[in-house]
Design a protein around this ligand. Structure first.
Ligand SMILES: [Zn+2]
Length: 81
């Protein structure tokens, strides 16, 4: 069996719903160096988990949640889930 039988994973990105810029997945918790190298298009938030507040547009209710995506546009920095 070939040792370097690596399949190239396309980095999962999404479009920011606010500005349309590329957004990266936020990864929480302790992360190994290999994981960071494996996912160059991810934000590593470490162990500090902070809930963020949003107003859900459909209901107008305030919700708390853990953002999963971070906009990479430095003027936007929108985070959502
Ligand atoms: Zn954005």
């Amino acid at each position: 069996m070939a040792k370097d039988g690596t399949t190239k994973k396309a980095p999962a990105t999404r479009k920011c719903p606010v500005c349309g810029n590329e957004s990266w997945r936020i990864v929480y918790g302790m992360v190994m160096r290999e994981t960071v190298e494996q996912y160059p298009k991810a934000e590593f938030a470490g162990c500090v988990v902070m809930d963020e507040q949003r107003i859900y547009p459909a209901t107008g209710h305030v919700e708390w949640g853990l953002p999963k995506w971070a906009c990479q546009n430095s003027e936007c920095r929108h985070r959502w889930w």
